[in-house]
Design a protein around this ligand. Structure first.
Ligand code: NDP
Length: 342
């Protein structure tokens, strides 16, 4: 049966994103299915195992997680834990001989990213970072139009991402305001979408960054992590990108690419299920018809295909490391008030 040919995924960390977006999306996957769960909450794990048809013997705790090495039903470990735990679980999964898909941002520091890359290389397993936007139809269409020259020569990009972080209302925001578990504030969690988009839209790597940060230190949410950060990237071809990231403004997830002939706007650009593209020039505006797709399933299937065909993922560990290095440069620029060469 077809199900037997699908690769088995172990979901590590059964939180909001895993339960609400990723696990339900496996039904749309051609090459992947959920075969194991790893959780610190046995009751929740049992309930979800029953719902997803995962055998009780394939439920792990964080303590016995390493014994997953003896489980042939698991090919890939998918890490959906707070950011500060991605490195530890990636290294442990690699040592267990399992391929790794990890959520964004990859890890708290470039050093942790390096450790993850090295551990997976040593174990000869694949490592992919879950940059869902790079598997999403509207974003892929935008990239294709830019590469074909539809906008003329690209000159500048603006990209904005924000949402109100509220640990009193949303349990998933508790770790997001703790430096040790989140690595940083809005830049790590949301600004990374602006940053990653600026890189995939241009197809270039920035050479210089500037930044300003603004956080109300009297606000208990911003004792350890930043609220708002604005950053500018200079690319080798001369393209400038101005990006914003915020934990105190609601529902912002958009970008606009300005070419010499036309501009392209995606708003929302990085939503889960809803995207809108507008292209404009001096004569007017139009909204191209593009079909929505399940980016989560496309991303998981890509990981499975890379394992099945022994290919390097489109968003490997090195891609995650690049963003974390740039994020560190943005923090440095904000802290020192000086532009930072990268
Ligand atoms: P949640 O807090 O909802 O889920 C995290 C889960 O990790 C918890 O439910 C818990 O699961 C487990 N966990 C283990 N140790 C800890 C700890 N010390 N503190 C808190 N949780 C712990 O967060 P999210 O689901 O929002 O985020 C999880 C990951 O997914 C992050 O890396 C985040 O950046 C990423 N994410 C990605 C998105 C995207 O669009 N690509 C969107 C949202 C999040 P259990 O009880 O099973 O042990």
């Amino acid at each position: 049966n077809d199900n037997q040919k699908k690769l088995g995924f172990a979901i590590v960390g059964l939180g909001k994103f895993a339960q609400e977006q990723m696990m339900p999306s496996f039904k749309d996957c051609k090459h992947a299915r959920i075969t194991a769960l790893v959780s610190g909450s046995p009751d929740k794990a049992q309930k979800l195992a029953a719902e997803y048809g995962v055998e009780a013997k394939n439920i792990y705790s964080y303590d016995n997680f390493d014994s997953i090495k003896d489980n042939p039903a698991v090919d890939v470990v998918y890490i959906v834990l707070p950011v500060g735990l991605h490195a530890e679980y990636t290294v442990r999964a690699a040592k267990a001989g399992k391929h790794v898909l990890t959520e964004k941002p990859m890890a708290n520091t470039p050093e942790d990213c390096q450790k993850m890359i090295e551990a997976c290389k040593k174990a000869n397993v694949k490592l992919m970072v879950a940059y869902r936007a790079q598997y999403e139809p509207f974003n892929l269409d935008a990239i294709a139009r830019i590469r074909k020259g539809e906008l003329g020569k690209v000159m500048q990009i603006t990209a904005d991402h924000g949402r109100i972080v509220d640990p009193t209302g949303d349990k998933a925001d508790t770790w997001r305001i703790q430096k040790k578990l989140a690595g940083g504030g809005s830049l790590m969690d949301l600004g990374i979408y602006s940053l990653n988009a600026a890189r995939y839209l241009t197809g270039e790597e920035p050479v210089e960054v500037t930044a300003l940060e603004m956080s109300d230190k009297a606000d208990p949410r911003f004792k350890e992590v930043e609220d708002r950060i604005h950053f500018t990237l200079r690319f080798p071809s001369g393209i400038l990108a101005t990006c914003t990231s915020s934990y105190s403004t609601e529902g912002v997830k958009r970008y606009r690419v300005f070419g010499q002939k036309a501009w392209l706007d995606l708003d929302p650009a990085t939503d889960y299920y809803e995207h809108k593209m507008t292209i404009g020039d001096k004569d007017g505006q139009q909204q191209p018809k593009i079909k929505e797709g399940n980016q989560f399933a496309a991303e998981v299937d890509h990981m499975a295909e890379c394992v099945l065909q022994n290919k390097t993922p489109k968003t490997p560990g090195e891609e995650g490391l690049k963003d974390i290095r740039l994020i560190m440069a943005i923090y440095e620029a904000a802290r020192t008030g000086k532009k930072v060469k990268v």
